[in-house]
Design a protein around this ligand. Sequence first.
Ligand code: C2E
Ligand code: MG
Ligand code: MG
Ligand code: MG
Length: 284
Amino acid sequence: KAKEHGRARYEIFATSMYTHALDRLKVENELRRAIERQELVVYYQPIVALTSGALQGFEALVRWQHPIRGLLSPSEFIPIAEETGLITGIDRWVLLQACQQLKRWQQQFSSLPPLVMSVNLSARQFSQPSLIEQIDQILQITSVRGNSLKIEVTETAIIKKPELAKIALQQLRDRQICVCLDDFGTGYSSLSYLHQFPVDTLKIDRSFISSMDRESGNYEIVRAIINLGLNLAIDVIAEGIETPSQKLLLTELGCQSGQGYLFSRPMEPTVAANLIAHQQYWVA
Ligand code: C2E
Ligand code: MG
Ligand code: MG
Ligand code: MG
């Protein structure tokens, strides 16, 4: 009886493993073709100066317009892309799209203060020796200036290969490209590494922001990160601001910039262009 039971469980397990592996293989193959078929799209989420409410720039966030499954969020394909190495091609493509888009907006809205475009790079892409050549090439093709571009990497990307990271960070700095440590506070490196690596911005992870108005522990973490930034002269962005009370607390603590559904969700380029055109300010 117990044996039967065991076998039944084994079969269920085996079946789900099989489906899973098959799914992944399918996704991998589809993803390989997604770029050629132009199924990937880039959405843009505003980054806002918290005190003035002015638009500072956007973060480019990739989506997959899947022919059958609809619009897929990065969590549904980025992990597979990272495991298979497809991520490097995706990251490069997103960087090119985002720079082309930024250039169009800068030309279209030339009288407005210049916008900054933030682009995510995976750890794998960040430690590619050819990274800087790729970036140089894209800046050249699009005539985007280095100081309008911000690269977002996680602490993990830096800590994994610290020597390579140091070189990459210096090369970016030479070109006046800003570097933002994304999801800050969730990795292991945080404090001891900060002064060794030249970064311009810390982006406080959404997990701390989302409960900072309810949980004193997270409030204190947010406060500590903002003070750290102020003391080291590093800008701080809060990610995932959803409520006016979170925004108020962050402003009181001296956080310069924010991003979140309170201001806007990531949106299609045409919608983002409207927002730039109307010189949207977020006051409240
Ligand atoms: P991330 O870089 O930390 O991006 C911020 C994520 O938080 C985005 O999710 C954004 O839509 C979401 N978000 C922003 N404000 C709010 C809010 O107020 N509430 C909530 N619930 N969410 C908010 P998204 O677009 O699904 O992207 C998820 C992650 O996928 C990104 O996290 C980034 O790690 C990765 N990713 C996205 N695009 C790329 C890319 O082009 N290359 C690489 N390597 N990774 C990317
Ligand atoms: Mg990011
Ligand atoms: Mg983040
Ligand atoms: Mg995040």
